[in-house]
Design a binder for this molecule. Structure first.
Ligand code: KG4
Ligand code: ZN
Length: 325
């Protein structure tokens, strides 16, 4: 079963062909970071225009690399949200048009669930259930109990900023370009992570929830009007944020009897996080599947399609999708 996946939730346009939900035949991503770099964050209108320019050529490229024609594809999967409304609508229009023109079924996929599927699709033979899902992206930070594949229950989430957002905001405070996560990681390698004792967020009575806005303010007050070593700030901030995520994930896994942990989302690309969670029952996506991509959309599209999720013109872009739904 061949699924064509389309991703356009934020500032990455991507297309991919995946066989049977796990075998990636092609995956192409056009990052827009060059475009948003100057502005310190994603400019939605610019993101939309770029999606319009690149999505169709990317789909052609993905089909050509996979050596398959559009007619040979069994279904089309598209990220239906959460994300920027304009960006979502462009991916959705492309997907609906292709589905209408070819008569192929269309499957809408949640981008956040797909981030967890990215780790699963590469390690499905080793993952034991119940498992814990840890989503660490630019828009989400969550702990999810996964009783069995595709059955989720939310255990904890951020009450303010997402962890990736905190990396981006702290990077901005340090004068680093967008996206800030990789920049902080690079700078942190040169610094002392115990130089500053920043505090991670505690949410009263909710041991598995996260809060990163206080940590960001903590950094702001530490650097405001002072001469500081930026590498030490980056390293100390990164260590505090990552240790918070690691300790809550490990505590939740133990408390809920989870046998594996699946990690997903852009921050899962961070090598320090990978080192802190380097255990045989903890699974990360390969680095190319950590950031936004369409292979995870096509991959998750397969089980959804097999479960009978065939939507078409009723499918709507959703800027917010409660996860788990
Ligand atoms: O999953 P993603 O590509 O997009 C969303 O769904 O939000 O995540 C993007 C986020 C950004 O905030 C970016 O700064 C962060 O992931 N990120 C990182 C690293 N690479 C990307 N954060 C920390 N370390 C990294 N190496
Ligand atoms: Zn994402």
């Amino acid at each position: 079963m061949f699924i064509l996946g389309i991703e356009s939730t934020c500032d990455e346009s991507a297309a991919s062909v995946v066989k049977d939900g796990i075998e990636i035949l092609s995956q192409v991503v056009a990052s827009q970071s060059d475009l948003h770099h100057l502005y310190g964050g994603v400019v939605p209108e610019l993101a939309c225009r770029r999606h319009v320019d690149v999505l169709l050529p990317l789909i052609e490229e993905a089909l050509s690399i996979a050596k398959i024609s559009l007619n040979e594809v069994d279904a089309i999967a598209v990220a239906k949200g959460p994300g920027l409304i304009g960006a979502l609508l462009i991916g959705m229009s492309v997907a609906k048009t292709l589905a209408l023109a070819t008569g192929k079924p269309l499957v809408g996929v949640s981008h956040v669930e797909a981030h967890l599927y990215a780790a699963y699709m590469e390690h499905s033979d080793k993952v034991l259930f119940p498992a814990l899902g840890l989503v660490v992206s630019g828009g989400h930070t969550a702990l999810v109990y996964i009783e069995r594949p595709f059955t989720y229950k939310l255990i904890g989430k951020t009450v303010d900023d997402a962890i990736g957002e905190a990396f981006d905001k702290v990077a901005k405070l340090l004068g680093l370009p967008y996206p800030g996560g990789p920049e902080i990681e690079r700078l942190a390698r040169l610094g002392d992570n115990s130089k500053y004792s920043f505090k991670s967020g505690v949410v009263k009575g909710r041991p598995y929830d996260f809060s990163f806005s206080g940590l960001k303010t903590n950094v702001l007050y530490t650097i405001q009007g002072k001469e500081v070593n930026k590498a030490d700030i980056a390293a100390s901030f990164q260590e505090t944020a990552l240790q918070d995520v690691v300790s809550k994930a490990k505590r939740a896994a133990a408390a809920f009897g989870c046998q594996s942990i699946l990690v997903g989302g852009g921050v899962s690309q961070n090598q320090r996080l990978r080192d802190l969670l380097c255990e045989k029952n903890i699974f990360f996506p390969s680095k190319m599947l950590s950031l936004d991509n369409a292979a995870m959309i096509a991959g998750l599209g397969y089980p959804l399609y097999m479960q009978g999720a065939k939507e078409c013109f009723s499918l709507e872009a959703q800027t917010r999708i409660p996860f788990p739904a």
